[in-house]
Design a protein around this ligand. Structure first.
Ligand SMILES: N[C@@H]1[C@@H](O)[C@H](O)[C@@H](COP(=O)(O)O)O[C@@H]1O
Length: 241
């Protein structure tokens, strides 16, 4: 694993944007894997800036997001589809029909998981996957205990994950209990992975990710086995490594 140490969140977002733009410029038909949560927001702002300045086009790309809540419609402000439209897709030239997220509102969720997995496979797998890191080591919404070979699947969210994400919802009761997520097997098929992590509250998680044992009780630890992982982290996040 390569670790890029940056000073703060701003520098993290800039570094991440350089990596993404570099990927897009070397391979214009790249398949990007995208993440939600607070951490990639700065990256998305940087990408919009780069696009507006005419430094990059996203037209030939395909993107797949990691996950989506079950039961929220596309226009629900808490759905990840809404987040992606609002924070990135509405501001760049990526064609809507090639910006994929799992449909958490599908009538047949099992079928939706199979279709999503098949689409990623048919696209030739992900060239560069952006990841955040949950406090309990989750990646995407793969909670502790998820088998490392899982493909896209439906998860019951941990209470700790619901609490961590409750800040986006009016009340704890509004936080969905289920989500669809790419599996760890799906994520591990990505050719490159860039994991972004910021702030001291993630320091324990980063330390386990980098130095802990590889175990399904801490899903992100599997990244130690991937051949091409870059962690971009600030001083706070790296304070216990
Ligand atoms: N499903 C998302 C993850 O993909 C994300 O990485 C994690 C960390 O989020 P944050 O960046 O807000 O700390 O939160 C959510 O649970």
């Amino acid at each position: 694993m390569d670790i890029i140490r940056v000073k703060d969140y701003n520098e993290l977002s800039e570094k991440a944007s350089q990596l993404v733009v570099g990927q897009v410029k070397t391979a214009i038909h790249s398949v990007l894997g995208l993440a939600t949560g607070s951490t990639p927001e700065g990256l998305y702002q940087q990408l919009i800036e780069q696009y507006k300045q005419g430094n990059v086009s996203f037209k030939p790309l395909t993107t797949f997001n990691l996950d989506e809540y079950v039961g929220l419609s596309d226009d629900d402000p808490n759905s990840y589809r809404y987040y992606m439209n609002d924070k990135l897709f509405n501001h760049i030239d990526l064609p809507e029909q090639r910006a994929f997220l799992p449909n958490g509102d599908a009538a047949d969720l099992e079928n939706e998981c199979r279709d999503y997995e098949a689409m990623i496979r048919d696209a030739g797998h992900i060239d560069l996957q952006i990841l955040g890191l949950g406090l309990n080591g989750h990646i995407g919404f793969n909670e502790p205990g998820t088998p490392f070979d899982r493909r896209t699947h439906i998860v019951d969210l941990d209470e700790s994950t619901r609490e961590a994400n409750a800040r986006f919802f009016p009340s704890m009761d509004d936080v969905p209990r289920k989500a669809i997520t790419m599996g760890i097997g799906t994520i591990m098929d990505s050719k490159k992975i860039v994991l972004l992590v910021s702030g001291e509250k993630k320091a324990d998680a980063v330390s386990k990710l980098v130095n802990g044992e590889v175990t399904e009780t801490f899903p992100a630890s599997i990244l130690q086995k991937h051949e091409n992982v870059t962690i971009v982290a600030d001083e706070g996040a790296l304070s216990k490594v």
